[in-house]
Design a protein around this ligand. Structure first.
Ligand SMILES: [Zn+2]
Length: 236
């Protein structure tokens, strides 16, 4: 038969374990945790949007650089051919060809200038959108960081409580016979954390069902006594 001291120690251990369960549950279900998760989700979405726009902006900048480079080359070529035309000394046929070439280049130059202006406008519009998305992302990050700090603060308090309970548990556990402890752990897993309960006025504290005087005698004969209804360890 287990001695009464072991039952008392096990009840103490269960009180501490139930406190630990409660603290862990609180830790995982803090309302501010939901706020933080929402804020984190919003930041992830905003980051995706910013990166998408930033990527488009880089492409637009590249297109613009390319078009500006082509325009520059075209203008240099036009300048050279105009100089040759002004310098003279060519045959009438050569002069005519060169004049036609210059006209064609001027037309291309005008087209390229329109293209560059269009690309500048598009790039500017994208730059504004990207900057706005960047500012929005920074705002959301700040909100997320604030909530993260609040969660950390709340967890710190809970973790200090948990550490205190773990300390108490470490003191109680060595007092309990290993086989009894093993049974307790197994029952706790199966019985929603309550492995041992007192019989009060003939009623099991675990399942709240009554045991008759005859049933109590039957239970008392077992080692350890187990409730006939819920099979929890019963302290008589
Ligand atoms: Zn019971």
């Amino acid at each position: 038969m287990k001695d009464m001291q072991s039952f008392g120690d096990l009840l103490d251990l269960q009180d501490v374990d139930l406190d630990i369960d409660r603290l862990l549950h609180t830790r995982g279900t803090l309302p501010i945790l939901d706020d933080y998760k929402s804020a984190h989700g919003a930041t992830v979405v905003a980051k995706g949007e910013f990166e998408r726009l930033d990527g488009e902006l880089k492409l637009a900048s590249r297109d613009l650089d390319k078009a500006e480079g082509e325009l520059e080359i075209l203008e240099e070529k036009l300048g050279r051919e105009e100089q040759r035309l002004f310098a003279g000394g060519m045959s009438a046929r050569e002069t005519e060809n060169m004049r036609n070439e210059v006209i064609s280049l001027r037309s291309k130059q005008s087209e390229m200038e329109d293209l560059v202006l269009g690309l500048i406008d598009a790039r500017e519009a994208l730059e504004q959108l990207t900057n706005a998305a960047g500012a929005r992302l920074e705002e959301l990050k700040a909100v997320e960081a604030k909530l993260e700090a609040e969660v950390a603060q709340a967890w710190k308090k809970i973790d200090a409580e948990l550490a205190r309970r773990e300390g108490s548990k470490a003191e109680i556990v060595p007092l309990i016979p290993p086989d009894f402890l093993e049974m307790y752990e197994r029952l706790r897993d199966a019985k929603q954390g309550v492995a041992i309960s007192r019989l009060v006025d003939g009623v099991c504290g675990g399942c709240h069902l009554a045991l008759s005087a005859a049933e109590q005698l039957e239970v008392a004969a077992e080692d350890p006594p187990l409730c006939l209804h819920c099979r929890r360890i019963l302290v008589l």
